[in-house]
Design a protein around this ligand. Structure first.
Ligand code: HEM
Length: 417
């Protein structure tokens, strides 16, 4: 049996909160390893990084997600009873519901709604001195997602409901007020969504049968039962909240366009480089840093012992910047994809493995489509200035965001090229 290096601190949670995204990779470099043990959130945890570790982590025979996610995340980001904590057949049945909602027609329709919302927003931005891009795009995505899902929202409730989605995302890795805000937001949002589910079931509101609100409300679990309204609410929020979260990637795309003006010009011309540009935004600015699972039964891997019930954490942040997979990993270089190959375990900003089988994010196609649309809008449908502001990224913050949230000014719509 091979010794797994032990992080020197008796309890490393404080260091995790202090260092944030780089916590695992810093230690992997310090101990010259892809695996180490640490005590995190009062529990012995094995931390892993890199492509080979990701392949292991997504081996369903070896790991379960049940009871793996830290309570703080469940109460803010995930919610109780959602797909993230299911295993085996129960997971597969629930996951199919999500996968069925991600058809090409769904991607096209969501993008179409987003385009309409962008066009309307850009017109209104002309009258404003400045716009904070991150919150403005959250609103665009929220409205587009609600239209796509068939979720009715009163016009005067849009800002509050959108802010709740944003708070759940932003509070996920936070403590103190950020954490409590996220919990309150989840409570209010779940109550809103659960009431809608009851109205659909009681035929008190009319929703098209293809809409997510209808499909989730009438989804039956592995036993053939309808989901509890609270669980259906969690799953509907698993569609709305992350679509709002894509605004973070659009904000980082705007930052990349600003820092690399050559790309702004290239992308303004046509879509040739759009996909690699978007992939590089997702790789470098992935804002979901780690994932947790539990060991099903004792096993050994490369001589290391994994004890039954033990918690394991996979480093998404570090794997996406692993120099064994990526040349000059900290540099923004969309052209790298001409030579460097993506696979389901080295490029994992939204998890790895197979979408239908593993827990890999079913929203990757929505994400890529909406970042692409954001880039098209920023480069082709408007002009703007980027005033002096603090664009630094605090890598210890989870989730990351430029300090100023990317402020733009002197916004003018441009005629469609
Ligand atoms: C799962 C990230 C967008 C729905 C995940 C996971 C990550 C992730 C890291 C966990 C993978 C794992 O446990 O192995 C992101 C990021 C997004 C995003 C960074 C961009 C903002 C979306 C969108 C949707 C979505 C747009 C739906 C419309 C889900 C669901 C799961 C999930 C339902 C749970 C899947 C499962 O447990 O099987 N996402 N996601 N996500 N994501 Fe996303």
């Amino acid at each position: 049996m091979v010794y797994i290096p032990l992080d020197s601190s008796r309890e490393s949670s404080v260091a995790l909160l202090r260092e944030g995204n780089t916590f695992i990779s810093t230690r992997c470099e310090r101990y010259d390893t892809d695996i180490f043990r640490a005590r995190l959130m009062m529990e012995k945890t094995i931390c892993l990084r890199g492509e080979a570790a990701a392949r292991l982590f997504y081996d369903e025979q070896r790991f379960t997600r049940e009871g793996a996610a830290p309570g703080l995340l469940v109460k803010t980001l995930f919610g109780v009873g959602g797909v993230q904590g299911l295993d085996g057949e129960a997971h597969r049945v629930r996951k199919r519901m999500f996968m069925d909602l991600m058809s090409d027609a769904d991607i096209k329709e969501l993008t179409h709604f987003a385009v309409e919302e962008w066009q309307q927003a850009i017109k209104s931005w002309q009258r404003q001195t400045q716009v904070v891009l991150h919150s403005a795009v959250q609103r665009i995505h929220f409205r587009a997602a609600c239209r796509w899902a068939g979720v009715p929202v009163d016009e005067d409730a849009v800002d509050t409901r959108c802010a709740e989605q944003a708070a759940m995302i932003d509070g996920a890795g936070g403590v103190a007020s950020r954490h409590w805000q996220a919990r309150r937001a989840r409570k209010h949002s779940e109550a809103w969504m659960a009431a809608l589910v009851e109205q659909v079931r009681g035929n008190r509101i009319q929703v098209d049968e293809d809409r997510a609100l209808f499909r989730v409300s009438w989804h039956r679990d592995v036993q053939g039962d309808l989901l509890k309204p609270q669980v259906a609410a969690v799953e509907l929020l698993n569609l709305l909240r992350p679509t709002v979260a894509i605004a973070r990637f659009v904000t980082f795309a705007a930052l990349a366009l600003h820092e690399h003006p050559g790309w702004h010009e290239t992308l303004r011309q046509d879509d040739t480089w759009l996909e690699p540009f978007v992939q590089e935004v997702r790789r470098l600015y992935g804002f979901f840093p780690f994932l947790a699972a539990r060991v099903r039964e004792d096993f050994e891997w490369n001589g290391y012992r994994f004890p039954k019930g033990g918690r394991v954490m996979l480093d998404l942040f570090g794997t996406n910047r692993d120099p064994r997979s990526w040349a000059q990993p900290d540099e923004f270089r969309p052209e790298r994809y001409e030579r460097e190959a993506i696979n389901a375990y080295n490029f994992i900003p939204q998890g790895g493995g197979e979408h239908a089988v593993n827990h890999r994010c079913p929203g990757e196609w929505f994400t890529i489509a909406l970042i692409k649309e954001g880039v098209r809008q920023l480069t082709r449908h408007m002009t703007y200035e980027v005033p002096q502001q603090d664009l630094r990224i605090d890598w210890s913050r989870m989730p990351i965001i430029p300090e100023s949230r990317f402020v733009i000014a002197s916004i003018r719509p441009t005629a469609t090229p």
